[in-house]
Design a protein around this ligand. Structure first.
Ligand SMILES: [Zn+2]
Ligand SMILES: [Zn+2]
Length: 280
């Protein structure tokens, strides 16, 4: 119905937040064919949502030929939620035509990088109660008919849903699949480094503004020469820890985000008043 109209109007069609337990396509269907019927082969992309990445989705062989998008969305009222996931595309023109070509991987255009959350950090990664956030296994959820001890509703997590749908024991990435970069927002890295709770605190915002002067947040996180950053040593160390993936993720579920923490990589023992992320 909607897919028909969209395809007729020359749009691209694919599921957004494909695995999330409320409205995701895979929450209600076993396959693209079951959902889109004879239109399934015209589904050109799958938007993964925060709780999944390419490693999750490439365990499902019917997705092999589809482009993966890691999009942010604009239905949350906080500006820091914008751009928290994004895609990098090779395009010759900043036009819808070329964006379309990139998603369809033709005419020299293609996606070159997916960037997003650690899937564990997503708020529906694990199977959990939507009221008290207690974790359950899918079997427990079934035995309890989807009800938590507290009476709340248990939602099947994306990780468990992918496990049920997967026809491959491990991800197999096709040649066209770009790398997936897991990101921690720079403001969160700064806050953790300085041992400050909120990303909106003046100190964090000031440091953020200084760091992104003349370049993007991603350049700071991924490319900038750490020894040349004019910034608190703890922040530079934290960016280094992020780059070497010294990251611990406390998983999310039931609608509550997980938490990401950076692990100590500077073996130095610091004074009490310098307590920071390295104390976790
Ligand atoms: Zn959303
Ligand atoms: Zn509960």
């Amino acid at each position: 119905e909607i897919a028909d109209l969209a395809l007729e109007a020359d749009c691209l069609v694919g599921p957004g937040h494909a695995f999330t337990p409320w409205t995701g396509m895979y929450a209600h269907h076993q396959s693209l064919a079951e959902c889109y019927k004879d239109r399934a082969d015209q589904i050109s992309y799958v938007e993964l949502g925060l709780s999944a990445d390419s490693d999750y989705a490439d365990r499902i062989s019917e997705l092999e030929e589809r482009t993966f998008l890691s999009n942010s969305d604009a239905h949350s009222p906080w500006p820091n939620k914008l751009g928290r996931e994004f895609n990098q595309m090779e395009m010759s023109d900043l036009s819808f035509e070329d964006l379309k070509n990139a998603i369809l991987r033709r005419g020299g255009c293609s996606p070159t990088l997916n960037v997003g959350f650690y899937p564990d950090e997503g708020k529906y990664n694990r199977t959990a109660c939507t009221r008290c956030y207690r974790f359950y296994s899918p079997e427990e959820m079934r035995d309890r008919r989807g009800r938590c001890e507290c009476g709340g509703l248990i939602k099947l997590g994306v990780r468990d849903r992918v496990e049920m749908l997967a026809d491959r024991p491990a991800p197999v990435h096709p040649d066209h699949r770009p790398p997936y970069l897991h990101l921690i927002p720079l403001a969160e890295v700064i806050a953790m480094a300085l041992g400050i709770k909120g990303v909106f605190s003046a100190k964090v915002q000031k440091t953020w503004n200084e760091l992104v002067m003349g370049r993007s947040e991603i350049e700071v996180l991924v490319e900038a020469d750490l020894s040349e950053l004019e910034v608190d040593e703890r922040v530079a160390d934290a960016i280094g820890a992020f780059r070497s993936k010294e990251v611990f993720v406390e998983p999310g579920g039931g609608g509550k985000y997980g938490r990401v923490r950076l692990l100590d990589h500077s073996n130095s023992t610091k004074d009490d008043d310098q307590r920071s992320l390295f104390d976790f």
